[in-house]
Ligand binder design. Structure first.
Ligand code: ZN
Ligand code: ZN
Length: 457
């Protein structure tokens, strides 16, 4: 992606002065959404404090115990029915408001093993023990704290303004998105018995784009992701006697180079595929040729067909390189993480995009496909229901514009999972709350007494 398309997400704003970032001025007509969001100032204070506290106290995947209890407590304070410990630390709030559509809204809660470098006064200094027993720093470097604060605000606002909608709101707070198995853990814990079957599922994510913008895309939006561990078996020997070895270090180097051709030479230029070797481990000492090497790969694809052909190509290349090196046994392949494709339902997305256009005006944009991945779609896929997943910007618009003018977007705009990534609280928090309320109301039912302007549905 070229830097002239603005921030790394590709969610662009050609001229930010075009939209008015003053709160409440972007919605031209009165509607259920403007009615619900007239209460925004009543949640902005506590939602901001909630966000700052979560940001300062992040928890790793499947360890979101304090986060989950704060979420449950906040939902109860809003008078919402709460189900806790669904699949470990999952929390669900349900607002039952008569016969009508059932809409599931999802936020993820986990943080990452990263040492925060933002220098914010609410920066994290937290550490935790990861799954391998290592003490690691922990940081909300993907904006999940923002997702949680937004959804709590949304649930409160919709629970308060029950007179403008009918149906059931399911606010789902999911653990362990970063490890790709949090949605699955809630489903395995009988989520289907805890919540009514939704008619539609909605979720959002903070992206490195100007704060205040929302972006939607129909069809494939986030890639499917596979992570693979490959163990290459060589033969160890003294460093002075290479003739006695099958050197797995040289073999691993050749494999890494040859794997670059999967995208460069085997994939159509119009197809989007990423193959990254993110980890390579071998040996302990300069004069010992080790007996094995381990490489870890991450693969991103946008269709099941491409995914299969890329995984087959990787296996073919590794097997052939092992044979070329004379390895004593074939390599071992292990899939260690798998994220599903996020493939937005066209009808649901059209409805959400129309509601965004009506409410946000110029702040609603098309969202290009992202190479990131998510396990959100596991939930609607398990229920067999349509979904829409959209992006919201988190970068200070002035910082973003300055970086763009200087051609320094790649250098100056931190992306998700960077130690410097933290969304500006405003207008990100308001925009995230507004987007979820608007999208939820586009799917929830409307009582007969509510007059909905044309184009709002
Ligand atoms: Zn992430
Ligand atoms: Zn994330």
């Amino acid at each position: 992606m070229s830097t002239d398309t603005n921030a790394a997400s590709g969610l662009t704003s050609d001229d930010l002065s075009k939209y008015n970032r003053e709160m409440g001025t972007s919605s031209p007509t009165s509607s259920p959404a403007t009615s619900v969001l007239s209460g925004l100032q009543t949640v902005r204070g506590w939602a901001t404090e909630f966000y700052r506290d979560l940001h300062a106290h992040p928890e790793l995947s499947h360890q979101e115990h304090a986060t989950a209890s704060k979420v449950a407590e906040r939902l109860r304070a809003s008078g919402i029915e709460v189900h806790s410990e669904v699949g470990g630390t999952g929390v669900v709030g349900i607002v039952r408001n008569g016969e009508g559509p059932k809409v599931l809204l999802r936020a993820d809660m986990d943080a990452l093993p990263i040492a925060e470098a933002t220098g914010l006064d609410y920066a994290s200094h937290a550490t935790a023990t990861d799954g391998d027993g290592n003490e690691v720093s922990v940081m909300h470097a993907c904006g999940h704290d923002m997702h949680v604060a937004c959804l709590l605000g949304v649930a409160h606002l919709l629970a308060t303004a029950r007179d403008v909608w009918v149906g059931t709101l399911i606010a789902l707070f999911q653990p362990a998105e970063e490890t790709g198995d949090g949605a699955r853990s809630m489903l395995d814990a009988n989520l289907a018995k805890v919540i009514p079957t939704p008619d539609v599922a909605l979720a959002q994510h903070v992206l490195p784009a100007p704060s205040g913008l929302v972006g939607t895309n129909a069809g494939p939006t986030l890639s499917a992701s596979d992570s693979m561990r490959i163990t290459l078996h060589g033969r160890g020997a003294h460093g002075s006697m290479p003739q006695a070895s099958v050197d797995p270090v040289v073999l691993a180097a050749l494999v890494v180079v040859r794997l670059q051709t999967v995208v460069a030479r085997e994939t159509s230029p119009g197809e989007r595929v990423v193959v990254t070797v993110g980890s390579i481990q071998a040996g302990t000492k300069s004069n010992v040729i080790p007996d094995h090497a381990v490489i870890e790969l991450n693969i991103r694809t946008y269709s099941e067909q491409t995914r299969t052909s890329v995984l087959d190509a990787i296996r073919r290349i590794v097997d052939a390189e092992c044979q070329a090196s004379g390895c004593p046994k074939p390599a071992d392949f292990e899939l260690i993480d798998r994220f599903p494709l996020t493939d937005n339902d066209p009808d649901t997305t059209a409805k959400v995009a129309a509601a965004f256009a009506s409410y946000f005006g110029e702040r609603s944009r098309p969202l290009p496909m992202q190479t990131a991945s998510e396990d959100f779609s596991d939930i609607p896929n398990a229920f067999g229901v349509p979904y829409c997943y959209w992006g919201i910007g988190g970068i200070d618009p002035d910082t973003d514009r300055k970086a763009e003018l200087q051609g320094r977007v790649a250098q100056d705009i931190p992306v998700n999972h960077s130690a410097y990534f933290a969304p500006v609280i405003q207008p990100t928090l308001d925009t995230g709350i507004e987007a979820m309320v608007v999208a939820a109301l586009a799917s929830l039912g409307k009582p007969d007494s509510i007059d909905v302007p044309q184009g709002q549905t």
